[in-house]
Ligand binder design. Structure first.
Ligand SMILES: Cc1cc2nc3c(=O)[nH]c(=O)nc-3n(C[C@H](O)[C@H](O)[C@H](O)COP(=O)(O)O)c2cc1C
Length: 325
């Protein structure tokens, strides 16, 4: 009997993607910059940088700083506006032959809906991802995520307007994450993307200056993977029917497998793309190797299958051996 080989395609409650590994928002441009270095084969799709209705200049430079525990960045939603994005970047992204998820933002509910409407008829768009970390004009510039009910209001309005499934991109909130995800789901989102970069900052003590022009930024890379795992696991445990895109510090196929085991339905690769333009393809083939090695054929075979660690009967407990808790 022929052995079935791994098929990385995933079905996110009706949103069928050709692969479980996608490129995360903001870490890819339109793919044009990467030229021949970008390998679309085996991937499930690409998420665009976040676009707004009108062009935005973005944050002052420097916009990125390496820290010992990850990349700190603040691009500030620089983008050419949705019309120019659709006419240029999106056409190029669609030509890659991969499903495209467009990330949208606005300063008000009305602006989120306007930018979503500007995507009508755009080629290759299979879903919309709602960026919620930006400032809410009605709340003196506090992030939308500061008020869960605003997250639901925004995502619900986008879901009603978009002709495609909508994902809410949420931060790794230590408290209340399930409430926010549940509120967004009740408002009509198809799924959630977890996690966004984690607010942080860096200081250059030699220069007595902040490392970023905007002072505060977002931490990403391997340091945030444990935070992504926790967030994915928490939401997946409480809302098992809600598709989750896991994102945060994915560098290898095993990292992707970890997020799937914790409950993600698909994964996105962000910062790794900035160090290696072939990273997402490498993660996809690494995930296929991992599944093959376990005798499995589909990413859904491991989704949420994480168990508690095996207890070794002969192992002394930390308390018995005098270790600290
Ligand atoms: C330089 C840079 C730009 C980003 N821009 C966006 C963006 O425009 N919209 C968005 O939703 N996330 C953006 N992100 C966040 C990533 O999509 C991702 O959620 C986060 O970095 C965690 O994943 P990672 O550790 O794989 O990078 C950006 C991240 C980086 C490093």
């Amino acid at each position: 009997m022929a052995v079935k080989d791994v098929d990385l395609a995933v079905d996110l409650n009706g949103l069928v993607l050709p692969g479980a590994v996608l490129v995360a928002s903001g870490c890819f441009g339109s793919g044009r910059e990467l030229g021949d270095l970008f390998e679309a084969r085996g991937l499930g799709g690409v998420v665009s940088r976040t676009v707004t209705a009108s062009p935005r200049k973005g944050a002052p430079s420097p916009r990125a700083a390496e820290t010992p525990s990850g990349l700190l960045s603040m691009v500030g939603l620089q983008n050419p506006g949705a019309d120019a994005f659709v006419a240029d970047d999106l056409l190029h992204m669609a030509s890659l032959g991969l499903p495209v998820i467009v990330s949208v933002a606005g300063g008000s509910v009305e602006e989120y809906v306007r930018v979503t409407a500007m995507l009508d008829g755009a080629p290759g768009v299979v879903a919309v991802e709602v960026y919620l970390a930006g400032p809410d004009e009605e709340l003196d510039g506090q992030a939308f995520t500061a008020r869960p009910e605003r997250c639901a209001e925004v995502t619900g309005a986008v879901a009603r307007r978009a002709g495609v499934p909508v994902f809410a991109k949420l931060p790794a909130m230590p408290v209340g994450l399930v409430d926010v995800a549940g509120a967004c789901a009740r408002a009509g989102v198809h799924g959630v993307t977890l996690i966004d970069g984690v607010p942080g900052m860096a200081v250059d003590a030699d220069e007595l200056a902040s490392s970023l022009g905007a002072v505060e930024g977002f931490l990403s890379g391997p340091a945030v993977r444990p935070l992504a795992l926790r967030a994915v696991h928490e939401v997946a445990s409480a809302l098992p029917e809600l598709p989750i895109m896991g994102v945060g510090g994915v560098w290898t196929g095993r990292d992707a497998a970890e997020l799937l085991l914790a409950g993600a339905w698909a994964v996105q690769v962000g910062t790794a793309m900035l160090t290696d333009p072939a990273a997402a393809g490498r993660v996809a083939s690494g995930l296929a190797d991992y599944l093959r090695g376990k005798g499995l054929v589909s990413p859904s075979d491991i989704r949420g299958r994480m168990r508690a660690p095996a207890v070794r009967p002969d192992a002394p407990s930390r308390f018995e051996s005098g270790g600290s808790a």
